[in-house]
Design a protein around this ligand. Structure first.
Ligand code: ZN
Length: 614
C-alpha cells in the first residue's frame, strides 16, 4: 500500500510540473520568448466624473487598463462604461454597493455580484464575463468558493485615496513598479488621474507596456481560474505577444475581390463590411469572403472581447474605378457615356440588385417608367449600385420614387421646365416651397412672356440684385401677380402657404384672361381662410386647380411642398391647354386620336389617405 501512495504522490508532482514544462516548450518556439515588460493598471470604485479625462489620457498614450466598477455607479455613468469597453479596456466588477464580501453570506455575495453583472451587461449591450476585485481586497475561502470567477487583488497599492496628491501617486507608481505588477488606483479621486498618466509616461519611456488583466495573464501563458485569487503575474520567460491587428489580402475576381483576413495564432477576428462598428455589428470571420462593391472594411482580432483585443483595422477597399460613367437622356434613351475601358456596366430595370449576372449595357435603353439600377464591374472592380427613378418622358430622379403619389406630377412639371433640380437629378419633393421659388415656377410657365424695363422700378427692399429669382419677381410685380408686403418687402424665403398660392394663381388666370367661375366653398375649415384670399380660393376651387384633403379641409395656412406645387401647376397647365383648344378647331387632324389614352385626370392622381392633396 505504501508503494501505491508513493506512486500517487510522484504522479501528482509530475502533473503539477506539467503546465510550466509546457509553457517552457512553447517559449522555445516563439520569437517573443523574452517578452515585453508588462504592467496592469487598475482603477476601482468608478466610474466617476473624472473617468472621461482618464480615458482621454489613456487613449493618447495607447495604454490599456482594467476598471473594477461599482454596479450602482455604472447606473449613473452607462455611457462611460460603454466607452471603457469600446476603447479596448477591460470592464470588471467591484460589487454593487462596495460591500465587504467577507461580511456577507453566500446569498448576499451573489446578490452583489449578479446585480453588477446585469448592469454591466446592459451597459455593454452584449454578454460578457466580468472578473472581480473584492472591495477592500477582503477575500477568504468562502468568498472564493462563492464568486464563480477569479478574484484579482494587487501587488502595488498607490494609496491614492490617502494622499490625494498627483505627484505622490506618480512617484508611488514609478518608484515601486516591477514587471508583472497589478497596480491599484481609484478613478473617483481627481488627483489620481494626472498622477497615473504621468507615471505611464515615465514607465513607457522605460519600455513598459500597459495592458489589461486578461492580456497580462494570457501573454504569460497563465489561464485565470475561477475561485482563485491573483496578485501579480511575474515574467516567466514567455510572452505570446499582443493581439495583432488583422492583415488583409485580396485576390481580384470578376466584379470585386476575395478577401482573406489573418490574425495571430489562436486569435479570432471580428469584421464588418457595412462601415459600422465591428464590435457590435460585426461577424466572426470563418474564412475568405467576396466583396462586390466599394466599401469600408473594419476588423480587429481578439482573444477575449472584453479586455484582450487588437486595435481596429479600417480600410477602404479599392474597388471604385477612377471614372464613373455618366448617364444622360439622348433621343429618348438612357445613355451611358464616359465608359471606362475593360469595365462593364451591369444594370436592371425591375428594381432588383444588378449582380454579376445582370444585363450588360451594350446599347442605349429606351425610356420607361420605373427604376434603373446600375454598377460597374471588372476584374477586381465592383462599384456601389446607383439607383435612378426614371420616366418615359425621359427624366431621371434620385429622390422622386416612381411609387410616390407625386411622381407623375413632378415628372410632368420637370418636363414642362417648371422645376430645376436643387442638384443634378435631385428635386426635393417634400421640401416646402418659398415665395421666391413659386414665383419662379410661374415665370417659367409663362416662358417667353417677359417684363419691361419699367418693372425694375418696382423693386422690393429685400430682393437680392442678380439673384436667381430676381427676374421672376420683376415679371410678377409688373403683371400684378405679387404686390409685396406693406413694409415694401417681398420676403422671398418665406414659405408659401396654400391661400397665398391661390391668390397668385388666380391673378395669373386674370392675366391670361382665362375663364373664371365661382363656387360656394364647402370646406370644414372655411372660416380659417383669410378674407383677402377668399375670392381667389373660390376661383381656384371652381377651376379644379386646388382641392381639399380627405378630411374636407382646405388648410389655408399650411405651407406647400414642392410636390404639391408641382401637382397644382400641372393642373393649371391642363386648364390652360383646355381653354386654348376651342380656339383651334380648324385643324381636326392635329387633335389627338380619339382612342389614344389621355393623361390621367386629376381624380386619378393617387394620394395616400393621410397625405395632403392640393
Ligand atoms: Zn474599492
Amino acid at each position: 500500500m505504501k508503494r501505491w501512495i508513493a506512486m500517487l504522490l510522484l504522479l501528482s508532482c509530475l502533473l503539477t510540473l506539467l503546465p510550466s514544462a509546457m509553457i517552457t516548450a512553447s517559449a522555445a518556439t516563439t520569437e517573443r520568448s523574452k517578452g515585453g515588460k508588462l504592467i496592469a493598471l487598475t482603477f476601482d470604485d468608478g466610474p466617476s466624473q473624472y473617468t472621461k479625462t482618464l480615458l482621454d489620457g489613456l487613449a493618447a498614450r495607447g495604454a490599456k487598463a482594467t476598471f473594477f466598477i461599482v454596479g450602482q455607479n455604472a447606473e449613473y455613468y452607462p455611457e462611460t462604461v460603454r466607452r471603457i469597453f469600446n476603447e479596448g479596456h477591460q470592464v470588471a466588477q467591484h460589487s454593487y454597493t462596495h460591500a465587504s464580501l467577507t461580511g456577507l453570506g453566500t446569498g448576499g455575495i451573489l446578490t452583489e455580484l449578479n446585480r453588477t453583472d446585469e448592469v454591466l451587461t446592459k451597459c455593454l449591450g452584449m454578454q460578457s464575463s466580468f472578473i472581480l476585485r473584492p472591495p477592500y481586497g477582503a477575500c477568504n475561502d468562502s468568498v472564493l468558493a462563492t464568486i464563480g470567477r477569479p478574484a484579482i487583488i494587487w501587488s502595488l497599492d498607490t494609496e491614492d485615496w490617502k494622499y490625494r496628491n498627483s505627484a505622490t501617486v506618480c512617484s508611488n507608481i514609478v518608484n515601486n513598479a516591477k514587471d508583472g505588477d497589478i497596480i491599484l488606483c481609484h478613478d473617483i479621486h481627481q488627483t489620481t488621474i494626472p498622477g497615473a498618466l504621468a507615471a505611464i509616461d515615465k514607465l513607457q519611456a522605460q519600455g513598459y507596456e500597459f495592458v489589461t488583466i486578461n492580456e497580462l495573464y494570457r501573454r504569460r501563458g497563465v489561464s485565470l481560474v475561477n475561485g482563485k485569487s491573483y496578485y501579480s503575474c511575474r515574467p516567466n520567460g514567455y510572452d505570446s505577444g499582443a493581439a495583432m491587428v488583422p492583415e488583409v489580402t485580396t485576390e481580384p475576381i470578376y466584379g470585386g475581390v476575395k478577401v482573406t483576413l489573418t490574425a495571430g495564432e489562436g486569435a479570432k477576428i471580428y469584421y464588418s463590411t457595412n462601415g459600422l462598428e465591428p464590435l457590435k455589428n460585426g461577424k466572426l470571420y470563418s474564412g475568405p469572403f467576396e466583396l462586390t462593391e466599394g466599401t469600408t472594411l473594419r476588423a480587429f482580432s481578439f482573444y477575449n472581447l472584453n479586455g484582450d483585443r487588437s486595435k481596429e483595422l479600417k480600410k477602404e477597399m479599392p474597388l471604385e474605378p477612377e471614372n464613373m460613367p455618366e448617364i444622360q437622356v439622348i433621343d429618348n434613351c438612357f445613355t451611358f457615356t464616359n465608359l471606362a475601358e475593360g469595365l462593364d456596366i451591369r444594370y436592371t430595370t425591375d428594381g432588383s440588385e444588378p449582380g454579376a449576372n445582370a444585363s450588360t449595357y451594350e446599347a442605349p435603353i429606351p425610356c420607361y417608367n420605373g427604376v434603373l439600377k446600375y454598377r460597374m464591374c471588372g476584374l477586381g472592380v465592383g462599384t456601389k449600385t446607383k439607383t435612378f427613378y426614371v420616366s418615359a418622358r425621359g427624366n431621371l430622379f434620385i429622390d422622386v420614387p416612381t411609387t410616390e403619389w407625386f411622381f407623375d406630377s413632378m415628372d410632368q412639371a420637370v418636363s414642362a421646365g417648371l422645376f430645376n433640380g436643387t442638384a443634378q437629378y435631385v428635386y426635393e419633393p417634400q421640401t416646402s416651397m418659398t415665395r421666391a421659388m413659386f414665383v419662379t415656377t410661374l415665370y417659367r410657365m409663362m416662358d417667353g412672356k417677359s417684363f419691361t424695363e419699367n418693372a425694375k422700378k418696382l423693386t422690393f427692399t429685400d430682393v437680392e440684385k442678380d439673384s436667381w429669382y430676381e427676374k421672376a419677381v420683376f415679371w410678377a410685380a409688373e403683371n400684378g401677380i405679387v404686390n409685396g408686403y406693406e413694409d415694401g418687402s417681398f420676403r422671398p424665403n418665406l414659405k408659401i402657404n396654400r391661400e397665398e398660392m391661390c391668390v397668385m394663381l388666380d391673378r395669373l388666370f386674370s392675366l391670361m384672361h382665362l375663364k373664371e367661375s365661382v363656387t360656394e366653398l364647402k370646406f370644414a375649415d372655411n372660416s380659417r381662410i383669410s378674407e383677402w384670399a377668399a375670392e381667389n380660393v373660390k376661383h381656384m376651387v371652381a377651376a379644379g386647380i386646388i382641392l381639399g384633403n380627405d378630411k374636407n379641409c382646405f388648410e389655408p395656412q399650411k405651407s406647400a411642398t414642392r410636390a404639391e406645387v408641382a401637382t397644382v401647376l400641372v393642373r393649371t397647365l391642363k386648364f390652360i391647354e383646355a381653354s386654348e383648344e376651342p380656339e383651334t378647331p380648324s385643324e381636326p387632324e392635329e387633335l389627338p386620336e380619339p382612342e389614344a389614352p389621355t393623361e390621367p385626370s386629376d381624380s386619378e392622381i393617387i394620394t395616400p389617405p393621410d397625405a395632403f392633396e392640393p
